[in-house]
Design a protein. Sequence first.
Length: 338
Amino acid sequence: MRTGLIVFLVLVAFGAAYYYLAYRPRHPVPTEAAYVLPDSAAVFDTPAEIRTRIATLKEGDRVEVLSRGHDWAHVRLGDRVTGYVELRNLIDADTHHGGDKLLDEIRQIPAQAAGHASNEVRLHLEPSREATEIGELGANERVEIFKRRLVDREVPGTGTRVREAWYLVRAGSTAGWVLGRLIELNIPPPIASYGHELNLVAWVVLDTVDDNGRQVPQYVVADRIGSEEFDFTHIRVLTWWKRKQIYAVAYVESGLKGYFPIRSSRAGGLPVFRLRLVDDSGHKFQKVYSLNDTITRPLGTVAGWESDEMPLGPEPKSKRRRALVSPIRSIPSVSGAF
C-alpha cells in the first residue's frame, strides 16, 4: 500500500516537472489581446488588498491577458513582465478595432462643430446606452463633432419611448458616440453672436482671406429650426468684411432637410461645399454650391450622398434663394446646442 502511494507521488511529480519544464514551454498558454481604456491604468504585483504598483499603462496600450478573475485580469506586459490590471480598465481587441474603424471613418470628413464634455462621460462603439464602452471623456475635455444620430429608447417601467440625439466625436486619438446632451458647443467667438437667436449647430470653414497678413476663415454655418428630425434646416454663408472687421451674411437658404456631414473642397480655384439633403419622398441627393468672393452660387444637385461628382449645370434661377450681404449684429457670445 505504502509502495503504491510512493509510486503514485513519484509519477505526479514527474508529470508536473514534465509539464512545467518541457510541455508548457513548447505549448504556450493561449492569450488574448486587450487594450487600456482610461487615460492611465495601474499594474499591480497581486490583486490582493496589500499590493504594489509595478507599472502604469496609458490609454490604448496593448497587453496580453493570461487569465481573468471576477474583477482582475492577469496580464503580460512584455516577455517576462506580468501583473494584474482591473478588468474595468481593459477592452477586448474587437472593441478596440471597432474604435479604430470609427477613427478611419471620420478622417474622411471635416469636423462639423467643436465642444466640450459637461461632465465625465463614456464613449460608446454605437449610439446606444447599452453599446460597448470604448473610451471616456474628462469633464471639460474638448471634442470635435462629426455626426448626429437620433435613437429611440424605451423608458424603463413606463412603456413609453423617447428619442435621444447622439454625436460621433473625436477627442485626441479616440473616437466614439456620446449622448448629445452631455456635450456643450464651443462656437468660435467671432461668430458666436450669430447663434443668439438661432440654434446654431455646425460651422465648416470654406476658405480663408488675407487681412493684413492675418488669415481669417469664412464659413458655411448650419442651424436647426423647428424640427429635431433633421441635422439642420437652414444655412448661412459668412464672409469677412475687412473694412468693418466683422462677418457679413452673404447667403441664406431655409427649408432644408439636411444631414451631416457638410463637406467643403475646391473646384475651379473656388471654395465648394456640399449639403446632404432629402426630398419630400425621402430620396437622398446633394446640393452643391461655390463661393466666389462674397457671391454664393448654387451649382445644382447630384443624386445620392456619396458621389464626388459635380452637377451638370447650375440650378435654375427660379429655384435659387436670395443672397444677402449684411453684417452680424453685435450680441454677447453664447453657447449653442448641437
